[in-house]
Design a protein around this ligand. Structure first.
Ligand code: NAP
Length: 249
C-alpha cells in the first residue's frame, strides 16, 4: 500500500503537533500547516528529536482563514508531496468576550479561522479524494460547540458550524469512499488552555469527571483511529474526547 499523505491545519500547535506526531508514527507522511512565521521551528526540532526524519514530515505556512492563501498553500503542498489522502482541520483560535462586549473583529476572526478554514481547505482536497475513491476528513470541533459556553458565542457558533458541515459533507461523499467525522475535545492542556487564569483552570479541572485535562495524545489517538482503513464504516459522527464532561450536558 502506498504511504498515505495527511495535511494537518494548525499542525504545529498543541493538539495539531500531537496529531502530526501520531500520524507520522503510523507511517503517514504529514504536512503540518501553521500561520505565524517561526512557529514551525519548535515543531520541527521536536519531531527531529523524537526521531522523525525529513522524509516523514514537512511544514507548510499559510493562512487557512483566507481562501486564496489556503488554495496556494494546498496547491504548493500537493505539487511537492502528492495528493492529500487525510485532512485534519485543526486550526483554531479563541477571542472570548461576553456577547455584549464582543466586537465584530472578534466575531469575524473566530468564524473565519475556525469555520471558513474548513471550507477553504476541504475545497482544495475533495476532488482528489473523489478521484482516488478514498479519503478521510477529520474536523476538530469542541465540546463548547455542542453545549455552548459563557463568553464564547463566536467560538461555540463556529464549532457548531463545523459539526453541521461534517454531517452534511459525510452524506454527500459517503458513496465515494470518503469518511467525514468530527472530534470534539473537552479541555486539553495546550497553549490555548494554558492562557486561562490559574483559578479558571482549577475550576475547569474540578468540573471534569476524570479530574484532569486531556493531553494532545488523547485527541491524536482518536484521529489515528478515524484516519485508519479500519474506520471505513464510521462517518458523520462526532467523537467526544473530554474525560466525561459531555455527561453533564
Ligand atoms: P493552539 O495550540 O493555539 O494551536 C492552534 C494552531 O492553529 C496553531 O498551530 C496555529 O498556528 C494554528 N492557526 C491559527 N490560526 C490559523 C490560520 N489562520 N491559518 C493556519 N493556522 C492557524 O490550540 P490547540 O489547543 O492545539 O487547538 C487546536 C484545535 O483544537 C482548535 O481548533 C481548537 O479550537 C480545538 N480545541 C481545543 C481545545 C483545548 O482545550 N485546547 C478544546 C476543544 C477544541 P501558529 O502556531 O502558526 O499560530
Amino acid at each position: 500500500m502506498k504511504r498515505r499523505i495527511a495535511l494537518v491545519t494548525g499542525g504545529v500547535g498543541g493538539i495539531g503537533a500531537g496529531i502530526s506526531r501520531r500520524l507520522a508514527k503510523e507511517n503517514v507522511f504529514v504536512i503540518a500547516n501553521y500561520v505565524v512565521p517561526g512557529s514551525e521551528t519548535p515543531f520541527i526540532e521536536a519531531m527531529r528529536a523524537a526521531g522523525f526524519s525529513d522524509d516523514q514530515f514537512a511544514v507548510s505556512g499559510g493562512d487557512v482563514s483566507d481562501y486564496k492563501a489556503a488554495e496556494e498553500m494546498v496547491t504548493q503542498a500537493v505539487a511537492r508531496y502528492g495528493p492529500v489522502d487525510i485532512l485534519i482541520n485543526c486550526a483554531g483560535i479563541t477571542r472570548d468576550a461576553s456577547f455584549r462586549n464582543m466586537s465584530l473583529e472578534q466575531w469575524r476572526a473566530v468564524m473565519s479561522t475556525n469555520l471558513d478554514s474548513v471550507f477553504n481547505v476541504t475545497k482544495q482536497v475533495i476532488e482528489g479524494m473523489v478521484a482516488q475513491k478514498w479519503g478521510r476528513i477529520i474536523n476538530i470541533s469542541s465540546v463548547n460547540g455542542v453545549k455552548g459556553a459563557f463568553g464564547q458565542t463566536n467560538y461555540a457558533a463556529s464549532k457548531a458550524g463545523v459539526l453541521g458541515f461534517t454531517k452534511s459533507l459525510a452524506l454527500e461523499v459517503a458513496k465515494k469512499g470518503i469518511t467525514v467525522n468530527a472530534i470534539s475535545p473537552g479541555f486539553i492542556d495546550t497553549p490555548m488552555t494554558q492562557a486561562m487564569p490559574d483559578a479558571a483552570r482549577a475550576a475547569v479541572i474540578a468540573s471534569i469527571p476524570t479530574e484532569r485535562m486531556g493531553l494532545p495524545d488523547d485527541i491524536a489517538n482518536a484521529v489515528a483511529y478515524l484516519a485508519s482503513t479500519e474506520a471505513s464504516y464510521v462517518t458523520g459522527t462526532n467523537l467526544s474526547v473530554n474525560g466525561g464532561v459531555h455527561l453533564y450536558q
